[in-house]
Design a binder for this molecule. Structure first.
Ligand code: UD1
Length: 428
């Protein structure tokens, strides 16, 4: 079993290039099966969620060729299956996008009920309600969601909750349904806009992505496309918060600053200097961080995915901060781990109260999910002494080369396996 050892009291300084977006990639990859042409994707991050999705596509019969370090070419013309394998699907929640894409391509999908990060109950009622409105028949049996709808027809769908996953799945199914679909109360995340741009470039007609009303005109076929995945705003936000948390000075490069406005605003409110340029953001830490309340919301609000990292930062701010998690019920599992490092945090329902201003101390901790794992690594960099993080596999799902990138900024992280330490890259 692997662990990551983090040496504490490290300031992060320097420049770091941000990879392609995980959440956009894991939506675009299953969507490419709508095409019967040649699909080229650039800026795909090399992370385990992307590798898993690629293996699922291969299993379904998609022909894949490497076209560069982060570029692949896909030929989905001879797709043969509509049942992706359970052993791969269970590894990642986003595999449920295959429901929408297989339905659009074949009028049929049999997809195992999804797994993914454990953030509490994650219903998919809005996805299923939307598929039904488009005319699909739905059966859940033997752990499979079975969808059938050879002739889907456009519909007016109002989502009861703002859901990224449901918005994407319904965009996919509607892309080839006959007639017009109107999706109301849609999610507005940049990854949805990226997916709409990708689908439109291959022949879809999707308007309004990025607003809460999306209009889709169904199209019979989809062709060639060459698409570059947008930068990962959550990875960028991770490095911005890490720079502030370690009192460092970091430039995140190849980003879309508009996607990070909530993070920029929160950092400035806490007294951190943030300089924004067209494709880079510089974050200069301060010795006197101000406490601040933090509320997560769907985009353009502060992202729930950065809440654990925001919490780590707030442990360093003098005074009391209140965090309200409005998106996921169970997203405080990192709190117990942070308490092991000396953080003073009380959780009541969807609220966490952080008494900041104390120096954390290194401890053995466990990554409970992807973003919690990243947050614990950053807490380890702030703490005195050594932190040993177990279950780091969660982190590899969503961060490309996190160890190397952090070490190039002056951190000291080592992956170890069976008492046999292996340095990832030498600290600069
Ligand atoms: C996506 C992101 C995840 C991010 C989340 C919120 C991907 C692969 N994952 O997850 O990183 O944290 O958006 O920004 O892009 N809900 C329902 N019924 C449904 C669907 C959702 O009640 O049918 C609820 C969920 O339980 C949750 C809320 O809606 O409380 C938002 O979930 P959703 O936006 O769907 O998150 P995901 O798409 O799973």
């Amino acid at each position: 079993m692997e662990k990551i050892i983090v040496r504490g009291r490290k300031r992060l300084c320097g420049q770091v290039k941000i990879s392609g977006s995980k959440n956009a990639s894991v939506a675009v990859l299953p969507s490419l099966i709508l095409s019967t042409g040649k699909v080229t994707l650039q800026n795909l991050p090399d992370i385990t969620d992307v590798r898993t999705m690629i293996r699922i596509l291969e299993d379904l019969g998609v022909n894949i060729r490497r076209r560069g370090r982060n570029a692949l070419e896909f030929n989905p013309a001879r797709l043969r299956g509509f049942t992706p394998p359970y052993n791969l699907v269970k590894k990642m929640r986003a595999s449920y996008y295959l429901m929408g894409s297989l339905l659009a391509r074949f009028g049929r999908a049999e997809v195992p009920v999804p797994g993914g990060c454990d953030l509490g109950p994650r219903p998919i009622d809005q996805h299923l309600k939307g598929f039904a409105a488009l005319g699909a028949k739905i059966n859940i049996e033997h752990g499979l969601i079975k969808l059938a709808g050879k002739k889907l027809a456009g519909a007016h769908i109002y989502l009861d909750v703002v859901s990224v996953g449901a918005t994407i799945n319904l965009m996919l199914a509607a892309a080839s349904a006959e007639g017009k679909t109107v999706l109301e109360n849609a999610a507005k995340e940049p990854e949805i806009v990226d997916l709409a741009n990708f689908l439109n470039a291959m022949g879809a007609s999707i308007k309004g992505a990025g607003t809460d009303v999306i209009r889709i005109e169904g199209m019979p076929r989809f062709g060639d496309v060459d698409h570059t995945i947008i930068p990962d705003r959550i990875e960028a936000g991770t490095f911005m918060l890490a720079a502030a948390a370690t009192g460092g000075d970091v430039v995140v490069e190849d980003v879309i600053p508009k996607h990070l406005e909530a993070v920029t605003a929160k950092l400035r409110e806490m007294g951190v200097e943030v300089e924004v340029e067209p494709e880079r953001i510089r974050v200069k830490g301060t010795q006197s961080l101000r406490a601040s309340d933090l509320k997560t919301f769907p985009y353009p609000g502060f992202p729930t995915d950065l809440q654990p990292l925001g919490m780590v930062l707030l442990t360093a701010a003098e005074g009391t901060s209140v965090i309200t998690e409005n998106v996921f019920d169970g997203r405080f599992r990192h709190v117990d781990e942070l308490k092991r490092m000396g953080a003073q945090i009380k959780v009541e329902g969807r609220t966490a109260v952080v008494e900041g201003g104390r120096l954390l101390s290194g401890a053995p901790v466990q990554a409970t999910d992807l973003r919690a794992g990243a947050a614990l690594v950053i807490a380890g960099l702030m703490a005195k002494g050594e932190t040993v993080l177990s279950e780091p596999e969660h982190i590899y799902r969503g961060y490309e080369n996190l160890e190397q990138k952090l070490n190039s900024l002056g951190a000291s992280l080592k992956r170890v396996r069976d008492q046999n330490p292996r340095s990832f890259s030498s600290p600069s």
